[in-house]
Design a protein around this ligand. Structure first.
Ligand code: ISE
Length: 337
């Protein structure tokens, strides 16, 4: 570890937590995860040993420690709030995996605490903003080279999900990514949400309607449809087609070799989000490390986390009540402008 390396503490050493330790300690520059905490002490100690970290049974104690400069929260979603709040209290920069918190009210409490502390410290792990393809789309849309964007057709397809994944999770766990990245892409807020169902796949179960289609409109009238089909059985596939006045723009797929065999020509595609967005995660963390060292937050803020949850909850309500719901977000505080 170099003297100038940022010393990070990570709470929650599940799969995503461990991949973040791995990328920060072995691939990226300028930081090291030097401490970790987990409720499962035996497993947490094993992980700490593997990555040469100090282990803490209590995440709060780790966050307080003078040995760490910044915090990464990768616990179960309901525990995000308390560790983000503790980081704010300690005045430490904190990266929290999405969602910032499962309930919009909890996100609001985080926003209020951050404003009260007077300094932006929180970044939310919406990694799609760091994907090369989405960044290219944003650049193409931003300068209006192709006219105004009018409508978007998107798809979010997973090969399979576990049996705990239920109907609300299609919006709140999967399409939350589209909710965030599309308002960033279009640089405007949503006005309404609606969710409709398709015919159910035979691969689903009693608690999951799959596929679903979420329909959003933006304040300027752009109409967005997102298909979430989380039991395709065969691929992880993310699509985003932006229909502009003068051109149709499509999210580029990561490049893979073309294979010509058995009288067919084709390309392999990803089977999982962790490989599809691996480069995005790396860029996201490198930029977070760089910004943290310079004392600023330049990624998705606590406010973005809050708007995402308000929108997701409106979409869930729209699905349950089978109607179009108006999305009511308070005015953006000057603090986040
Ligand atoms: C998962 O939780 C993620 O965050 C992935 O990025 C997403 O594609 C997947 O649908 C979610 O279940």
């Amino acid at each position: 570890m170099k003297v100038e390396d940022l010393k990070l503490g990570l709470v929650g050493v599940g799969a995503i937590g461990r991949t973040h330790i791995e990328r920060i300690n072995n691939q990226l520059q300028g930081a090291k995860v030097v401490a970790c905490a987990d409720v499962n002490a035996d497993f947490g100690r094993e992980v700490a040993k593997k990555y040469d970290c100090r282990f803490y049974e209590s995440g709060e104690e780790m966050i307080e420690s003078a040995d760490i400069d910044g915090v990464i929260v990768t616990t179960l979603d309901p525990d995000h709030e308390r560790f983000v709040m503790k980081s704010i209290k300690e005045g430490k920069y904190v990266f929290c995996e999405k969602p910032l918190a499962p309930e919009a009210e909890a996100c609001k409490r985080i926003v209020e605490a951050e404003i009260a502390g007077g300094k932006k410290l929180v970044q939310v792990g919406f990694m799609r903003r760091y994907d090369r393809g989405y960044r290219q789309l944003k650049e193409a849309i931003q300068n209006r080279k192709y006219g105004e964007p009018l409508l978007l057709h998107c798809a979010h397809r997973n090969p399979s999900v576990d049996e705990n994944y239920d109907t609300p999770m299609a919006v709140e766990n999967s399409m939350i990514h589209e909710i965030d990245v599309l308002r960033w892409l279009l640089d405007e807020e949503y006005a309404t949400a609606e969710v409709v169902f398709a015919k159910n796949t035979r691969r689903t179960h009693d608690n999951l309607m799959d596929p679903q289609i979420m329909i959003l409109t933006t304040e300027s009238g752009v109409r967005i449809d997102v298909e979430a089909f989380v039991n395709t059985g065969h691929c992880y596939d993310i699509k985003c087609e932006v229909v502009c006045e003068d051109a149709i723009l499509n999210l580029p797929q990561p490049a893979t070799i073309e294979v010509c065999k058995d009288a067919q020509r084709g390309h392999a595609i990803d089977s999982d989000w962790s490989t599809r967005f691996v480069d995005a995660y790396n860029v996201e963390f490198q930029e977070w490390i760089n910004a943290t060292k310079e004392g600023r937050v330049d990624g998705p803020t606590a406010w973005d986390g809050y708007v995402g949850q308000v929108t997701a909850k409106a979409a869930s309500k729209a699905r349950d009540e089978k109607k179009v719901i108006k999305i009511e977000v308070e005015a953006k505080p000057d603090f986040y402008k």
